[in-house]
Ligand binder design. Structure first.
Ligand SMILES: Cc1ncc(C[n+]2csc(CCOP(=O)(O)OP(=O)(O)O)c2C)c(N)n1
Ligand code: SF4
Ligand SMILES: [Mg+2]
Length: 280
């Protein structure tokens, strides 16, 4: 079954978003065809940015919402209907600048949503300003003399925030990205995938990443060792690991809420005013 729309794709030719688009399309089509996912039970979201167009290109229930505010919206959808697979696309500007606190709180709550970050190290849509993952020295529209700020390390950050699935992909390796996205989608709890995504117009990092990335799966690395995952996440220089850094199954936010607030869930069509009156 094809899950794509007829809409003309508007990204620049060669944009790294194409790799993410193709990998996600393959994963969804395969799992829908093989009966592991139901199309009607999937909701995808995106915020404002070049990457945000992605929801237009899939024929899936979708929200194109506010820049920086995707995790709360995704959380609300999952809380209201826990049977849905809620998959959120976000940009690096979106997730790590304006929306940074939402990203951290969704991770620490173990909200059962999937956060897929198109990390191109730049504000693409607004034409090339630096983001929290732009390297020092990056020259762009707002940093003509070079960025003087230290970049964040999203993998370390998410591990410390207690995300229960933490991975890094590279859009130049679509097969490997498919493997990561599939594992992320079927993980119960908060899945975080940072995808190295060159922006050929404002931050072309293809050759930089191609010469450095290597797969954790090709080494004897294990994904169940928290402290070692933190140490591994610090490696980002001549060699850049891609793959799953850490995965662990724990009670999700929605399960915890259901456990403590079952009172609300038992009512099929809750009359909120009646419930509030009873509580006070
Ligand atoms: C609430 C809000 N804040 C800021 C903006 C302006 N804005 C639009 S796109 C964008 C940057 C997008 O960068 P990123 O999230 O990295 O996505 P990319 O364009 O690189 O894919 C910003 C700051 C906005 N539209 N809404
Ligand atoms: S500006 Fe960059 S991120 Fe945006 S579509 Fe073009 S190449 Fe892609
Ligand atoms: Mg960006």
């Amino acid at each position: 079954m094809s899950i794509t729309t007829e809409k003309k794709i508007q990204w620049c030719p060669g944009c790294g978003n194409f790799g993410i688009y193709n990998a996600f399309k393959s994963v969804l089509e395969k799992n829908i065809d093989e009966g592991r996912l139901k199309k009607e039970n999937i909701v995808i979201l995106s915020g404002i940015g070049c990457y945000g167009y992605i929801t237009n290109y899939y024929d899936i229930n979708s929200f194109h919402a506010t820049h920086g505010r995707i995790p709360p919206l995704a959380t609300g959808i999952k809380l209201a209907n826990p049977s849905l697979s809620v998959i959120a696309f976000v940009g690096d500007g979106d997730a790590y600048a304006e929306g940074m606190s939402h990203t951290i709180h969704a991770a620490r709550r173990n909200t059962d949503i999937k956060l897929i970050v198109h990390d191109n190290g730049v504000y693409g849509l607004t034409t090339g300003q630096f983001t929290p993952t732009s390297p020092r020295g990056f020259k762009g529209r707002s940093t003509p003399f070079g960025n003087v700020e230290n970049p964040i390390n999203p993998i370390t950050l998410m591990l410390v925030a207690r995300a229960t699935f933490v991975a890094r992909g590279f859009c130049g390796d679509i097969k490997h990205l498919e493997y990561i996205l599939e594992r992320a989608i079927f993980h119960k709890g908060f899945s975080f995938v940072d995808i190295l995504q060159p922006c050929v117009t404002f931050n072309d990092t293809y050759s930089f990443y191609r010469s450095r990335v290597y797969k954790l799966e090709d080494t004897d690395y294990r994904t169940d060792q928290y402290e070692k995952a933190i140490l591994k996440s610090l490696e980002f220089d001549d060699r850049i690991p891609i793959g799953i850094f850490y995965e662990k199954e724990e009670e999700s936010f929605e399960e915890a809420i259901r456990g403590t607030h079952n009172y609300f869930y038992e009512r099929q069509v809750p009359d909120i005013s009646e419930i509030v009156r009873e509580m006070i």
